[in-house]
Design a protein around this ligand. Sequence first.
Ligand code: ADP
Length: 421
Amino acid sequence: MINERLKRLERILELTRMISADLDYSTILQTAISIASELTNSEIASILKYDEGDNHLHFVAAPWFHKDAVEGVRVPLEESIAGWVYVHAKPLVIQDVHGDERFYSEVDLAAEFQTYSILAVPLLVKGRAVGVFEALNKISRAHYNGEDVTILETLASLAALIVSNISLEERVEKTRVEAEKLEQMKNDFIAISSHELRTPLGLILGHSTFLREVIDEEHQEQLDTIIRSGAKLKEIIENMSNVKNFQSGAARLRMRKFSLANLLLDSINVFQEAAQEKKITLHPDIKTPELLLEGDAAKIEIAFSNLIKNALTFTPEGGHIFVVAEEIPGYAKVSVVDDGIGIPEKDLPHIFERFYQVESHLTRQHGGMGLGLSVAKVMIEMHSGEILVESVLDKGSRFTFLLPLDPNQIDAGQRVFHTKI
Ligand code: ADP
C-alpha cells in the first residue's frame, strides 16, 4: 500500500519537474494523460480546453492513437459530460455513460472508441474552470472511487497551469494580429486620404489665388480666409504623405552640404510674424554659426518647423521660445525650448506616435492631427539621428534632435544622390 502511494507521488513529481523544466506544453500534457490513465487504472485519459472563440471545449491532449481523430472535434457545453463539469466546476463520476443523457457520443464516433465509464474533473485556475481532465473506462469495469478523484484532481491542478498559459498565449497572439490589422488600416487611411485630398485641394488653392487677383477689395478678406485654410489643409496632407512615403520606403534622402545656422534662422524667420501676433518671443541662440552638415536639408527643415509650430501652438500669450544649436561630440544638437503648457508625464512615451494627441480631439482647443511629431521623428531618424522630449506640465517643454556630424554614419540605404556645394 505504501509502495503504491510512493509510486503515485513519484509519477506526479515527474510532472511537476517537467513543468519547472519548461518543456513544451504538448509534451507535458501528453505525459499528464498517460500518468492519469496509469494511476486511475483507466483505458485512456484526455484534456479539453475551453475556447471562448466558439464557446466549446477542444482536445489539447488525447492518446496518440486518437489524436488525429479528435483534433477537430468541438464538445458543446450543453449535452456533454465534459461541458457539465466545466460549467459546474465540479468533478463527476459516471459508471455507465449510456444511461446518462449528458453523454456526447460524437467523440466516440470520431475516435472509433467505446466509452462506458467516465471520471471527469475541472481544470481550475483561481477557482475558475479553464478546461476538463477526463479518465475513461476503468479497467475490468471496476468503479471509480474517491482516491481516483483525488489523483485526477491533483493532476488537473498541474495541467490547469499549462492550459491557462496556452489560453494566455493565444490571447496575446490574437491581440498582436488585431493590432497589426489596425496598424495596416491606419497606413491605408493615410495613404488613400493624402492621395485623394491632394488634387481637389490643389484646385481650390489655385482657383482662389487666381480669384483673389481679380476680385474687388470688398471680398478679398473672405478669399484670404479660404486661402489660409487651404494652406493649413495642405500642410496636414503634406505631413500625411511624408509619413506614407517613409512607410512605403519611397522616402529617400537627397544629400547635400548645408549650413545648419542658415536653415534654422530662415525657418525661424518664417514664424516670427505668428510669434509676434501671440506676443511670444522666438529667440535663436546659435552657438555654431559656421557648422556645415551633410544631409537632406528640406527634411530637417520639416522636422524643425514642426517643433517650432508646436511650441507656438502650446505656449500661451507672452511666453518664450528659445532655439539652441550647438555641437556635442559626434553630433549637432538642436533644442526647441518653450515655457508653455507642458506635457503630462504619462503621455511622454507616446508623444511621437502617429495621431497621438494629449487632449482628446473632442475637447482640444488646438487644431492638428497628431502627425507633426511623428513626421519630425521620421525625418531625423532617416539621418540616423535621434529626437527626444523633456517636459514638465505647466512649466514647458524641450524638444531636442541630434544629427550626426559624420555623413558616413547615415544609413546608406536612405540616400539617393549626392551633390556638394
Ligand atoms: P499635432 O499636429 O496635433 O500638434 P503633434 O504630433 O505635432 O500633433 O503633437 C502631438 C501632441 O503633442 C500635441 O497634440 C500636443 O498635445 C503635444 N505637444 C507637442 N508639442 C508640444 C509642446 N511644445 N508643448 C506642449 N505639448 C506639445
